[in-house]
Design a protein around this ligand. Sequence first.
Ligand code: ISE
Length: 335
Amino acid sequence: GTLGVAVIGTGRMGADHVRRIDEVISGARVAAVVDIDAERVKSVADRIEGCAAYTDPAAAMAAAEVDAVLVASPGPAHEAALLEAFRHDLPVLCEKPLTPDAASALRVLEAEQRLGHRRVQVGFMRRYDPEFARLKELLDSGELGRPLLLHCRHRNASVPSFFTEPMLVNDSVVHEMDQSRWLLGQEITAVRVLRPRPSAHAPAGIGDPQLVIFETDGGVLVDVEIFANCGFGYQVQAEAVCERGTARIGESHQMLVNRAGGWGGEIAQDFVARFREAYDRQVQAWVDATRRGEVQGPSAWDGYAAAAVCEAGVRAQATGERVTVELAERPALYR
Ligand code: ISE
């Protein structure tokens, strides 16, 4: 039957997932919404037929109508929500990050292994973006030979006032960590952060932009331009440089407009717009797999590996030094 989903967190991302499940996705419905803001969560629930409002995730997960959980609360609240979902043995789509640091991510891994089966898909939605999926297919084909370099650009038009310099790594570049691991099928072994003279428009307390360099266990060098306040739009681009050719994504100009005296295209202004199709495909794939009793996509191990690289990245950012990444042994459940 239809999957009853409890969405935890009705902020920017959670509210967009509520809309997506209610209006776009087939096979699921929003059976419950959870937020500490009682007013906000009630106003969200009131707009959806048969949806109950909660301020306590545990109460929502205990409800008979809830078959699965989508965690879209702030990163520090993810561990408690995931452990509670495991207590009810519920499938979870957990927005990135799995958890903000390696130690808490390992606690989630250990708890999931005690269940004896995977329950978590992590919301690294770029894997579901058509352009990234095509790039992965091309690299996997071996047609261009071995990847040597991966150039990435991650530009935000602007970031919220609460954004901090470590969030550039933990909240933004975390996507390039997962996409690099996924595209290359390799682990990240070291991180460096280099800084140009900051933009005059850099947000307070943030050296903006920054250049983050990953080394991988396959010998590839990844460079990531992270630009929090580029001012002109939201752009995510990647170029793989291989032995026999290169492949570049994120350049598509959907619509070119000619008008008096000139021509031009549009640029998305935020990630919700730029990755709308990726989010739709990610959540639909999660609902379909869950209804088949399967778990697919980025696992809690991928969430842990990203958390470990984030910790190294924040240290590299603060010290200006090359910081190595030490990962725990990869458990059998995630091989
Ligand atoms: C945000 O949290 C995201 O996940 C977006 O994908 C990213 O582009 C943005 O920089 C983050 O703040």
